[in-house]
Design a protein around this ligand. Structure first.
Ligand code: IFM
Length: 472
């Protein structure tokens, strides 16, 4: 990478030529039309219909109505100047029930979407699984059952056969940590199970699904660039006390290395297997699985939101809710001083640089994409008709600056996707959290650009982030 390519151009930190500037969404969070064209329920439809699981009893039944308004949304993307759009395909639309033949009516939606994107010069980046498991597969054991990984591979092959001639990058799974541990350990997400051993089995079967999915993609599309998207955090210890350092090691194992090591090194981290030995004997890992999981990928997608500060419990410092972290019941998650978003997540861009640089140094400098990064704030349409979100502009500015720093340290970062293009259904938080560059009025489905969208358009047009921190 030449100094010039990465240098300062017209007051901007320039990113490498060909860098992908994107935004991301997920099917259940924006599409709505959950019963249209043969789609059947996913675990999220069931979870939303279960009293007490989602704020205000909300669901993705209508969401941002993207299924019907996709053309308008593609126009928005083109006006923003996006070079890539990351969206997910809904498994129960394409293969209702999770088995058998493809549903032509449901799949046609993605044909139309991909064609509309290409017509406006936006690269389609497909995530095959962003949490909407067909309910029938959960009824048969869900991700705790090995067979689900094989069902996923069949589905991946169907989608590849249909969209493979036009998709520029494939992602098998989004954030398997969340699927496994929020879905099967804490029960905060669908399917709402609270079984730590099943959660660890789910983590393995999700990784197996990734590996089998890559095989299925390559069988149909030998040159297809395939990736996995993981949510990573910079795990920090509250002190140098050995007990605190050990708490951070264990949490780092579950949050980061449990997913990175098998995919990028072909092995599970020995300390994680040891730490969780009282919960499971890991006998669900069969001979040959790690070769499948560790097959080379074209890129790794990194979703980053905030670092995590942890320590050991001791007198006066008691653990909080740690159900999502099997084997870490004695760990305390500490608040991080400084600003937080509307999710109560710390605003700390140094964690993004840290994890990108770590991937470069410890995992052989793979091609990387930041596939999600962004923040929720309480956005409202102001009397002047605009949506003024200076905090989000500040968040994006600091994180893009951190990403640029990582690139200048030699990290092979190829693109950056804001989460999210549109305000959307934020899972158990319902519609109460707004992550979009574009504001959605859920009564009218009116789309309004936030100031951050205008700012991002300028970043893309200028090929880099302004050196000066935005005012406001
Ligand atoms: O909305 C989610 C997304 O579906 C997965 N990554 C984190 C986002 C914000 O919580």
């Amino acid at each position: 990478m030449s100094e010039l390519a990465l240098g300062l151009r017209a007051g901007r930190l320039a990113f490498p030529p060909g860098f992908w500037w994107g935004a991301a969404t997920a099917a259940y969070q924006i599409e709505g039309s959950v019963a249209a064209d043969g789609r059947t329920p996913s675990i999220w439809d069931t979870f939303c219909a279960t009293p007490g699981k989602v704020a205000r009893g909300e669901s993705g039944a209508v969401a941002a109505d993207h299924y019907r308004r996709y053309q308008q949304d593609v126009d928005l993307m083109a006006e923003l100047g996006l070079s890539a759009y990351r969206f997910s395909v809904s498994w129960p639309r394409v293969q209702p029930g999770g088995r058998g033949r493809m549903n032509p009516a449901g799949t046609a939606f993605y044909d139309r979407l991909v064609d509309a994107l290409l017509a406006r010069g936006v690269r389609p980046v497909v995530t095959l699984y962003h949490w909407d498991l067909p309910q029938e597969l959960e009824d048969d054991g869900g991700w705790a059952a090995r067979d689900t990984a094989y069902r996923f591979a069949d589905y991946a092959g169907l989608v590849a056969g249909r969209l493979g001639d036009r998709v520029q990058l494939w992602t098998t799974l989004n954030e398997p940590w969340c699927s496994a541990f929020l879905g099967y350990a804490s029960g905060d997400h669908a399917p709402g199970r609270t079984e730590p051993a099943a959660a660890l089995a789910a983590a393995h079967h999700l990784l197996l699904a990734h590996g089998l999915g890559v095989q299925a993609l390559r069988a149909r599309l030998p040159a297809a660039p395939a990736s996995l998207v993981v949510n990573l955090t910079a795990m920090r210890s509250v002190s140098d006390d050995p007990a605190d350092l050990d708490a951070a090691r264990r949490m780092d194992g579950l949050a980061n290395r449990l997913f990175l090591d098998p995919v990028l090194r072909g092995e599970y981290p020995a300390d994680v297997l040891r730490d969780t030995a009282a919960i499971t004997d890991w006998s669900f890992v069969r001979g040959g699985d790690l070769e499948i999981i560790g097959a080379r990928i074209g890129a790794l997608g990194v979703n980053y939101y905030q670092p995590t500060l942890v320590g050991a419990a001791h007198d006066g410092v008691r653990p909080g809710a740690m159900a999502a972290w099997p084997g870490c019941a004695d760990v305390v998650v500490h608040p991080i001083p400084g600003p937080v978003t509307d999710m109560d997540w710390a605003v700390d861009a140094s964690g993004l640089r840290e994890i990108l640089v770590r991937l470069g140094r410890e995992y052989g400098n793979p091609p990387l994409l930041v596939t999600e990064n962004g923040a929720a704030y309480r956005d409202r349409v102001a009397p002047d008709g605009g949506v003024h979100d200076p905090e989000r502009v500040g968040y994006l500015h600091s994180h893009l600056t951190a990403a640029h720093q990582a690139v200048s340290e030699g990290v092979d970062l190829r693109g950056y996707f804001v989460w999210s293009l549109l305000d959307n259904f934020e899972w158990a938080e319902g519609y109460g959290r707004r992550f979009g560059l574009v504001h959605i009025d859920y009564e009218t489905q009116r789309r309004t650009w936030k100031d951050s969208a205008h700012w991002y358009r300028e970043v893309i047009a200028g090929g880099g982030v302004p050196v000066d921190r935005p005012a406001g």
